[in-house]
Ligand binder design. Structure first.
Ligand code: CP
Ligand code: NVA
Length: 308
Protein backbone atom coordinates (compact mmCIF):
# COMPACT_ATOMS: atom_id res chain seq x y z
CA UNK A 1 0.00 0.00 0.00
CA UNK A 2 1.28 3.48 -0.79
CA UNK A 3 2.35 5.67 2.12
CA UNK A 4 1.48 9.36 2.58
CA UNK A 5 2.72 12.04 4.93
CA UNK A 6 -0.35 14.19 5.51
CA UNK A 7 0.14 14.57 9.27
CA UNK A 8 2.84 13.87 11.84
CA UNK A 9 0.33 11.41 13.26
CA UNK A 10 0.76 9.25 10.13
CA UNK A 11 4.08 8.20 11.70
CA UNK A 12 4.75 6.00 14.71
CA UNK A 13 7.48 6.87 17.21
CA UNK A 14 9.75 4.26 15.63
CA UNK A 15 9.10 5.61 12.12
CA UNK A 16 10.02 9.13 13.29
CA UNK A 17 13.23 7.88 14.91
CA UNK A 18 14.06 5.88 11.76
CA UNK A 19 13.57 8.99 9.60
CA UNK A 20 15.89 11.02 11.84
CA UNK A 21 18.50 8.26 11.56
CA UNK A 22 18.08 7.98 7.78
CA UNK A 23 18.40 11.77 7.44
CA UNK A 24 21.80 11.65 9.13
CA UNK A 25 22.98 8.68 7.06
CA UNK A 26 21.90 10.23 3.75
CA UNK A 27 23.43 13.59 4.69
CA UNK A 28 26.80 11.87 5.14
CA UNK A 29 26.44 9.92 1.88
CA UNK A 30 25.43 13.02 -0.09
CA UNK A 31 28.39 14.97 1.24
CA UNK A 32 30.68 12.17 0.00
CA UNK A 33 28.98 11.41 -3.32
CA UNK A 34 26.81 14.43 -4.25
CA UNK A 35 23.98 12.17 -5.46
CA UNK A 36 22.48 9.01 -3.93
CA UNK A 37 20.19 7.75 -6.71
CA UNK A 38 17.65 5.85 -4.59
CA UNK A 39 14.81 7.32 -6.68
CA UNK A 40 16.48 7.42 -10.08
CA UNK A 41 14.04 8.15 -12.90
CA UNK A 42 11.23 9.22 -10.59
CA UNK A 43 9.50 12.59 -10.52
CA UNK A 44 7.85 14.68 -7.81
CA UNK A 45 5.31 17.42 -8.44
CA UNK A 46 5.10 20.41 -6.12
CA UNK A 47 1.63 21.99 -6.08
CA UNK A 48 1.77 25.19 -4.03
CA UNK A 49 -1.22 27.44 -3.27
CA UNK A 50 0.96 29.71 -1.09
CA UNK A 51 4.46 31.19 -1.38
CA UNK A 52 7.55 29.33 -0.14
CA UNK A 53 11.31 29.69 0.04
CA UNK A 54 12.54 26.83 2.24
CA UNK A 55 10.00 24.12 1.42
CA UNK A 56 10.15 24.54 -2.34
CA UNK A 57 13.93 24.79 -2.67
CA UNK A 58 14.67 21.94 -0.25
CA UNK A 59 12.16 19.54 -1.80
CA UNK A 60 13.43 20.25 -5.31
CA UNK A 61 17.05 19.91 -4.21
CA UNK A 62 16.34 16.69 -2.28
CA UNK A 63 14.57 15.11 -5.27
CA UNK A 64 17.49 15.90 -7.54
CA UNK A 65 20.01 14.56 -5.00
CA UNK A 66 18.09 11.25 -5.01
CA UNK A 67 18.30 11.02 -8.80
CA UNK A 68 14.70 12.16 -9.32
CA UNK A 69 13.34 15.23 -11.11
CA UNK A 70 10.73 17.77 -10.07
CA UNK A 71 8.27 20.26 -11.43
CA UNK A 72 6.68 23.20 -9.58
CA UNK A 73 3.08 24.26 -10.11
CA UNK A 74 2.26 27.70 -8.73
CA UNK A 75 -1.16 28.86 -7.48
CA UNK A 76 -2.01 30.25 -10.92
CA UNK A 77 -1.04 27.02 -12.72
CA UNK A 78 -3.40 24.53 -11.13
CA UNK A 79 -6.33 26.17 -9.37
CA UNK A 80 -6.87 23.14 -7.09
CA UNK A 81 -10.60 22.64 -6.77
CA UNK A 82 -11.34 25.66 -8.98
CA UNK A 83 -10.11 24.89 -12.50
CA UNK A 84 -10.35 21.18 -11.78
CA UNK A 85 -11.56 19.11 -8.82
CA UNK A 86 -8.95 17.95 -6.32
CA UNK A 87 -9.69 14.23 -6.97
CA UNK A 88 -9.27 14.78 -10.74
CA UNK A 89 -5.90 16.49 -10.21
CA UNK A 90 -4.80 13.58 -7.99
CA UNK A 91 -5.92 10.94 -10.52
CA UNK A 92 -4.20 12.66 -13.46
CA UNK A 93 -0.91 13.22 -11.64
CA UNK A 94 -0.91 9.56 -10.53
CA UNK A 95 -0.64 8.53 -14.20
CA UNK A 96 2.50 10.61 -14.87
CA UNK A 97 4.62 11.13 -11.78
CA UNK A 98 5.59 9.37 -8.53
CA UNK A 99 4.82 11.79 -5.73
CA UNK A 100 2.70 14.89 -4.93
CA UNK A 101 4.09 17.52 -2.56
CA UNK A 102 1.27 19.97 -1.79
CA UNK A 103 1.00 23.28 0.09
CA UNK A 104 -2.63 24.27 0.51
CA UNK A 105 -4.98 26.49 2.43
CA UNK A 106 -7.57 23.91 3.54
CA UNK A 107 -6.13 20.70 4.99
CA UNK A 108 -9.09 18.90 3.44
CA UNK A 109 -7.37 19.27 0.06
CA UNK A 110 -4.37 17.28 1.32
CA UNK A 111 -6.71 14.56 2.55
CA UNK A 112 -8.57 14.52 -0.77
CA UNK A 113 -5.33 14.33 -2.74
CA UNK A 114 -4.16 11.42 -0.59
CA UNK A 115 -7.47 9.57 -0.92
CA UNK A 116 -7.59 9.89 -4.70
CA UNK A 117 -3.93 9.54 -5.69
CA UNK A 118 -2.29 6.18 -6.17
CA UNK A 119 1.09 7.82 -5.46
CA UNK A 120 2.38 9.21 -2.12
CA UNK A 121 1.14 12.65 -1.03
CA UNK A 122 3.25 14.85 1.25
CA UNK A 123 1.79 17.76 3.20
CA UNK A 124 4.12 20.71 2.57
CA UNK A 125 1.97 22.93 4.88
CA UNK A 126 -1.76 23.27 5.31
CA UNK A 127 -3.87 25.39 7.64
CA UNK A 128 -3.82 22.44 10.07
CA UNK A 129 -0.27 21.07 10.00
CA UNK A 130 3.32 21.41 8.81
CA UNK A 131 4.77 17.93 9.41
CA UNK A 132 7.99 18.29 7.35
CA UNK A 133 8.92 21.39 9.33
CA UNK A 134 8.53 19.62 12.64
CA UNK A 135 10.53 16.59 11.51
CA UNK A 136 13.37 18.99 10.58
CA UNK A 137 13.03 20.58 14.01
CA UNK A 138 13.30 17.21 15.76
CA UNK A 139 16.49 16.60 13.79
CA UNK A 140 17.74 20.01 14.99
CA UNK A 141 16.93 19.17 18.60
CA UNK A 142 18.80 15.87 18.30
CA UNK A 143 21.77 17.63 16.65
CA UNK A 144 21.99 20.06 19.57
CA UNK A 145 21.04 17.82 22.46
CA UNK A 146 21.95 14.30 21.41
CA UNK A 147 18.43 12.83 21.67
CA UNK A 148 14.77 13.62 22.23
CA UNK A 149 14.75 11.85 25.60
CA UNK A 150 13.68 14.12 28.43
CA UNK A 151 13.53 17.25 26.25
CA UNK A 152 11.14 20.09 27.12
CA UNK A 153 10.04 22.46 24.37
CA UNK A 154 8.05 25.67 24.94
CA UNK A 155 5.84 27.14 22.25
CA UNK A 156 4.85 30.79 22.57
CA UNK A 157 2.45 32.53 20.18
CA UNK A 158 -0.33 31.31 17.94
CA UNK A 159 -1.81 27.81 18.30
CA UNK A 160 -1.31 27.33 14.56
CA UNK A 161 -0.33 24.67 12.00
CA UNK A 162 3.29 24.46 13.16
CA UNK A 163 2.17 24.28 16.79
CA UNK A 164 -0.26 21.47 15.92
CA UNK A 165 2.43 19.33 14.30
CA UNK A 166 4.76 20.01 17.23
CA UNK A 167 2.06 18.87 19.68
CA UNK A 168 1.42 15.66 17.74
CA UNK A 169 5.17 14.99 17.48
CA UNK A 170 5.70 15.50 21.21
CA UNK A 171 2.74 13.26 22.01
CA UNK A 172 3.94 10.53 19.63
CA UNK A 173 7.61 10.56 20.59
CA UNK A 174 7.09 11.31 24.28
CA UNK A 175 8.88 14.60 24.95
CA UNK A 176 7.43 17.46 26.99
CA UNK A 177 5.80 20.53 25.53
CA UNK A 178 4.40 23.71 27.11
CA UNK A 179 2.18 25.71 24.76
CA UNK A 180 1.49 29.35 25.64
CA UNK A 181 -1.08 31.21 23.52
CA UNK A 182 -3.43 34.13 24.10
CA UNK A 183 -7.02 33.27 24.96
CA UNK A 184 -8.92 32.57 21.75
CA UNK A 185 -5.78 31.43 19.89
CA UNK A 186 -5.36 28.00 21.49
CA UNK A 187 -4.59 24.96 19.32
CA UNK A 188 -7.59 23.38 17.58
CA UNK A 189 -9.63 21.26 20.03
CA UNK A 190 -9.42 18.19 17.75
CA UNK A 191 -5.60 18.37 17.78
CA UNK A 192 -5.55 18.85 21.56
CA UNK A 193 -7.73 15.77 21.96
CA UNK A 194 -5.62 13.71 19.54
CA UNK A 195 -2.53 14.86 21.46
CA UNK A 196 -4.07 13.83 24.79
CA UNK A 197 -4.77 10.32 23.50
CA UNK A 198 -1.29 9.86 22.01
CA UNK A 199 0.32 11.17 25.23
CA UNK A 200 -1.39 8.51 27.31
CA UNK A 201 0.68 5.93 25.43
CA UNK A 202 3.97 7.84 25.16
CA UNK A 203 3.98 9.54 28.57
CA UNK A 204 4.54 13.01 27.06
CA UNK A 205 3.57 15.89 29.32
CA UNK A 206 1.82 18.51 27.21
CA UNK A 207 0.55 21.62 29.00
CA UNK A 208 -1.51 24.48 27.61
CA UNK A 209 -1.17 27.84 29.33
CA UNK A 210 -1.75 31.55 28.71
CA UNK A 211 1.51 32.50 30.44
CA UNK A 212 4.65 32.54 28.25
CA UNK A 213 6.96 32.96 31.27
CA UNK A 214 5.57 29.80 32.85
CA UNK A 215 5.95 27.96 29.52
CA UNK A 216 9.64 28.79 29.05
CA UNK A 217 10.85 28.37 32.66
CA UNK A 218 12.03 24.74 32.33
CA UNK A 219 12.38 24.63 28.54
CA UNK A 220 15.43 23.40 26.64
CA UNK A 221 14.03 24.96 23.44
CA UNK A 222 11.71 27.93 22.91
CA UNK A 223 9.79 27.87 19.63
CA UNK A 224 7.80 30.67 18.04
CA UNK A 225 6.24 31.45 14.66
CA UNK A 226 4.50 34.39 12.98
CA UNK A 227 1.38 35.76 14.68
CA UNK A 228 -0.55 35.90 11.41
CA UNK A 229 -0.03 32.92 9.12
CA UNK A 230 -0.34 32.98 5.33
CA UNK A 231 -3.97 33.70 4.56
CA UNK A 232 -4.52 35.68 7.80
CA UNK A 233 -2.91 38.90 6.57
CA UNK A 234 -6.10 40.91 7.20
CA UNK A 235 -5.93 40.00 10.91
CA UNK A 236 -2.27 41.00 11.26
CA UNK A 237 -2.81 44.40 12.88
CA UNK A 238 -5.30 43.15 15.46
CA UNK A 239 -3.07 40.16 16.25
CA UNK A 240 -0.02 42.41 16.76
CA UNK A 241 -1.78 43.96 19.78
CA UNK A 242 -3.04 40.69 21.26
CA UNK A 243 0.19 38.73 20.86
CA UNK A 244 2.68 41.34 22.12
CA UNK A 245 3.23 39.61 25.53
CA UNK A 246 4.20 36.43 23.65
CA UNK A 247 7.20 37.96 21.83
CA UNK A 248 10.47 36.06 22.15
CA UNK A 249 12.84 38.78 23.34
CA UNK A 250 15.74 39.14 25.76
CA UNK A 251 13.36 39.54 28.68
CA UNK A 252 11.52 36.28 27.96
CA UNK A 253 14.83 34.46 27.38
CA UNK A 254 16.00 35.63 30.81
CA UNK A 255 13.13 33.59 32.30
CA UNK A 256 14.58 30.39 30.77
CA UNK A 257 17.78 28.45 31.40
CA UNK A 258 20.97 30.10 30.06
CA UNK A 259 21.60 27.20 27.67
CA UNK A 260 18.07 27.25 26.20
CA UNK A 261 18.00 27.38 22.39
CA UNK A 262 15.55 29.30 20.22
CA UNK A 263 13.64 27.78 17.30
CA UNK A 264 11.65 29.52 14.54
CA UNK A 265 10.41 27.84 11.37
CA UNK A 266 10.92 31.06 9.33
CA UNK A 267 10.00 33.30 7.64
CA UNK A 268 10.19 35.59 10.69
CA UNK A 269 8.46 38.91 11.12
CA UNK A 270 11.39 40.58 12.84
CA UNK A 271 10.34 42.84 15.70
CA UNK A 272 6.96 41.10 16.03
CA UNK A 273 7.08 37.53 17.38
CA UNK A 274 10.87 37.67 17.79
CA UNK A 275 13.43 40.44 18.17
CA UNK A 276 16.50 40.78 15.97
CA UNK A 277 18.83 40.29 18.92
CA UNK A 278 17.30 36.90 19.73
CA UNK A 279 16.87 35.72 16.14
CA UNK A 280 20.49 36.62 15.30
CA UNK A 281 21.86 35.85 18.78
CA UNK A 282 23.94 32.95 20.10
CA UNK A 283 20.96 30.93 21.35
CA UNK A 284 19.22 30.90 17.95
CA UNK A 285 19.40 27.69 15.90
CA UNK A 286 16.99 28.79 13.17
CA UNK A 287 19.41 28.29 10.29
CA UNK A 288 20.14 24.75 11.47
CA UNK A 289 16.39 24.15 11.28
CA UNK A 290 16.31 25.56 7.76
CA UNK A 291 19.25 23.38 6.68
CA UNK A 292 17.64 20.33 8.24
CA UNK A 293 14.58 20.76 6.01
CA UNK A 294 16.80 19.46 3.21
CA UNK A 295 18.19 16.52 5.18
CA UNK A 296 14.88 15.32 6.59
CA UNK A 297 12.95 15.72 3.33
CA UNK A 298 15.61 13.70 1.51
CA UNK A 299 14.92 10.94 4.05
CA UNK A 300 11.13 11.30 3.68
CA UNK A 301 11.40 11.09 -0.10
CA UNK A 302 13.75 8.11 0.10
CA UNK A 303 11.21 6.32 2.33
CA UNK A 304 8.32 7.03 -0.04
CA UNK A 305 10.05 6.76 -3.44
CA UNK A 306 12.88 4.26 -2.96
CA UNK A 307 13.16 2.06 -6.06
CA UNK A 308 12.13 -1.42 -4.93
N1 CP B 1 9.37 27.17 7.08
C1 CP B 1 8.84 27.13 5.85
O1 CP B 1 8.00 26.27 5.53
O2 CP B 1 9.31 28.08 5.00
P1 CP B 1 8.69 28.44 3.56
O3 CP B 1 7.31 28.99 3.79
O4 CP B 1 9.63 29.48 2.99
O5 CP B 1 8.64 27.20 2.73
N1 NVA C 1 2.38 29.39 10.39
C1 NVA C 1 3.07 29.85 9.21
C2 NVA C 1 4.20 28.93 8.89
C3 NVA C 1 5.03 29.34 7.69
C4 NVA C 1 6.13 28.37 7.37
C5 NVA C 1 2.11 29.94 8.06
O1 NVA C 1 1.27 29.04 7.90
O2 NVA C 1 2.14 30.92 7.32
Amino acid sequence: MKKDLTSIADLSKQEILDLLHEAGALKAEISRQGVVPLARGKMGVLIFEKPSLRTRVTFERALHQLGATSTYLSPSDVGLGVRESVPDVARNLSRWVNCIIARVFEHEKITQLAENATIPVINALSDLEHPCQILADLLTIVDHRGSLEGVTVAWTGDGNNVCHSLMLAAATVGFNLNVATPKGFEPAPAITEQTRKLSEKSGAKIRLTYDPCEAVAEADFIYTDVWASMGQENEAEQRRQIFRPYQVNRQLLSRAKPETKVLHCLPAHRGEEITDEVLDGPQSVVLDQAENRLHIQRAILARLLRNG
